[in-house]
Design a protein around this ligand. Structure first.
Ligand SMILES: CC(C)(COP(=O)(O)OP(=O)(O)OC[C@H]1O[C@@H](n2cnc3c(N)ncnc32)[C@H](O)[C@@H]1OP(=O)(O)O)[C@@H](O)C(=O)NCCC(=O)NCCS
Length: 194
């Protein structure tokens, strides 16, 4: 799968699966993220070994990773992680990060839509998104897609500076998510002009 998409500012980006061959590009992307963004990620993405290990998980078939590239440079990264546990087989967890200069141009929604397609093809019923409380942009985008706050676990995780943070778990049925995604695009002048 490789797609060309147009952002709200007219820039064309390519969306495609991530592979191990992208490791150098991915490290450039992660290392360019400001500490304020990196500190809420679940692993230290400046550690090449950790990042390579995560890419290798793709081969096990439980994790799907996609990237957005502008002129061969990674500008966003998204993942759908399926649970190997029987009791959570119906769930898929989504994660994404967009580089700051590319935010509020519709790229997050484009990635979520692609992750939605991947989830549909794998019979996922429920989509889960987990974030720390300060990640306000994430909460807004997931609210907009019909996610509800399922749980708030006080001081459950630590950010990369070691500070305890509340973990927010947001959930949405896949079918409901499509209704909202569809609505987002039909409300959008940008999408009508594409
Ligand atoms: C959350 C994130 C992925 C959004 O990416 P994005 O490319 O800016 O999202 P979009 O441009 O597609 O935004 C779609 C809509 O979501 C909402 N939204 C997104 N970011 C927002 C923000 N910071 N504040 C308020 N609303 C926001 C808006 O309704 C927006 O539509 P609009 O721009 O037409 O008003 C991005 O801010 C990010 O990478 N944050 C850091 C990492 C993170 O929190 N990841 C999620 C954890 S799983």
């Amino acid at each position: 799968m490789e797609k060309s998409e147009t952002l709200k500012d007219g820039k064309k980006v390519t969306i495609r699966p991530l592979t191990l061959k992208d490791l150098d590009r991915l490290m450039v992307f992660y290392r360019s993220l400001p500490p304020e963004d990196r500190k809420y990620l679940r692993v230290d993405v400046t550690d090449r070994k950790v990042v390579a290990e995560r890419i290798r998980l793709i081969d096990q078939g439980q994790v799907f990773r996609i990237i957005a590239l502008y002129k061969d440079k990674i500008v966003a990264d998204g993942a759908l992680e399926l649970s190997a546990d029987e009791w959570r087989r119906h769930q898929g967890e989504v994660r994404l990060i967009v580089s700051r200069p590319y935010r509020r141009k519709g790229l997050g929604m484009i990635l979520i839509r692609e992750l939605y397609f991947l989830a549909t093809a794998r019979n996922v019923e429920t989509i889960v998104a987990k974030m720390m409380r300060p990640q306000k942009g994430a909460q807004t985008i997931f609210h907009r897609l019909g996610f509800r706050e399922e749980a708030l676990l006080p001081d459950y995780v630590r950010d990369l500076t070691g500070k305890p943070q509340d973990l927010l778990i947001m959930i949405c049925k896949l079918g409901d998510m499509w209704t909202e995604l569809d609505q987002f695009y039909s409300d959008s002048d940008w999408e009508r002009c594409r």
